[in-house]
Design a protein around this ligand. Sequence first.
Ligand code: G6P
Length: 608
Amino acid sequence: MCGIVGYCGRLNAQDVVLNGLEKLEYRGYDSAGISVLDNNILKTKKRAGRLENLEDALKDDPFTGNIGIGHTRWATHGIPNEINAHPHLNSDGTISVIHNGIIENYGELKDELLSKGYTFKSETDTEVIAHLLDFYYKDNFFDAVTNTVKRLKGAYALVMLCQKEPDTLIAVRHESPLIMGVSKENGCILASDIPSVLEYTRDVIYLDNDEMVVANLDGYKIYDKDLKEINKKSEKVEWDLEAASKEGFDHFMIKEIFDQPKAIEDAIKNKMKDDEINLELGSFTKEELENINRIYVVACGTAYHAGQVGKFAIEHFTKIPVMTDIASEFRYNSPFIDDKTLLILVSQSGETADTLAALREGKKHGAKVLSVTNVVGSSIARESDKTLYCYAGPEISVASTKAYTTQLIALYFLALDFAKKLGKISDDEVKNVINELKALPEKIASMLKDLTPYQEIANEIKEAKSIFYLGRGVDFISAKEGALKLKETTYIHTESFPAGELKHGSIALIEEGTNVFSIATQSKLIEKTASNTQELASRGAHVYSIGRVGDKSLEKYSNKVIYVPESLDILMPVLTVIPEQLIAYYTSLAKGNDVDKPRNLAKSVTVE
Ligand code: G6P
């Protein structure tokens, strides 16, 4: 998803902006561009493809100046090329704008501007903003921005420059992420995410919806939606840029897979105090819980799979039924929400547009909202009644790994906390589950010692056209996550099925050599899954089973068995996903793909 960086300070703006954009590469993009006020002239350069293309182009003709903006674009309106790349300019190239989000009424605005004689170069929604700024500019850029913003519908984080006011940068945020790093020495840096500013400052201001920043070399002012100047305190970012670097691994994905034992340990530590569950501000009181009669878990992508395991866990420990929904569906499904509803949202980034919209839909109808997220200060965290953090550390690779397993940990703790407060579980049982949770990091570490089996499987399946994943109960959720991970990183078509459902149609697709991953870790269901898998093996499928250590029953119908250490059935998804992640990683490498930035995908999807 698009990344934006704006800089105003004593340093060289081109350097700060490019450096900031590099830190946002993980979000996914297909073109890049920059504008700098260079000796009072607005200069702009854009390139399709990687940021290096832009950096190369600037080598021969660098921009000098202290105020600049830059953008990495993830195409929504118009193909990824140089013309559609940001920044977008007004007709005489004196106003420049970068944008993250979508302007929903851009068609209408474009018609209006065309009728006024404006001409358009690009196919983007953003170009209307540059022309609107031009239209409203009389002699004051601030007024031009406020009048323009009033006309926009949709989501936007904007940073804008105007050659006629060459000492000013203006930014505004509405429904798209925007933070500002501030430093006395280095000035201010506006960015879509914190890693862009950390090299220059640890003091960050989280901008709220409809706030506007006006910055110049002497400092900055922040205005609220009524254009009243406001004072906002900065917060210190405690984590290190180091934590967002590869630390000797070839890729972020494999580094983040290896981060999991430590991340899970941190996730557990942060949910306990004096050997007891303590979610602090991340849960509800007994009375509040007793007042809840309906629970929804809502999320997107991998976070949705974590939410589905969460459903199993909450139902298992509390015996309260839980419904799950995909966020983009939930918001339009008119679910039954009232003040007795608990809405649990799961989101690594805390910025996913559909999940945020589901949150607001829930709040509008009076629901209590609890979020499980990895990013402190994210929109979802700030708008929720309660927030439970994952403590995974920054996750850079687009394919989510450690965020998933730490989301699972958060949801297990939530389920235990609810069950304990509602008297549905004994102290001994809680202790037992916590001991099993605490044993997970070591079990994962043991699975990361020998990577050869995963590399071998990767070589065996890399040419496959289609791969099936199946499982029953919570194993089906692991099957879904395994299928998604492989699909995201390898572009191989994958599908997941509840094992018993396959014979109601999809078995027609099984032929000699079709690859199937069969997940069979749930003690009561192993035999059932085994017999479904046997049906496939007898039709020529090539079966990889993922099962518990010592379960020899899988061998008779599998070409290969990947054994994962034993744990409680409900906790098995934390272990099952490790081989799935590794197989996805190595198969992507075997195919020569860009594993950390798979095609067409974005880390943080901030548009609907
Ligand atoms: C994108 C990412 C996925 C992620 C999903 C939800 O599609 O590529 O990896 O699971 O968004 O993101 P969230 O930040 O809300 O967990």
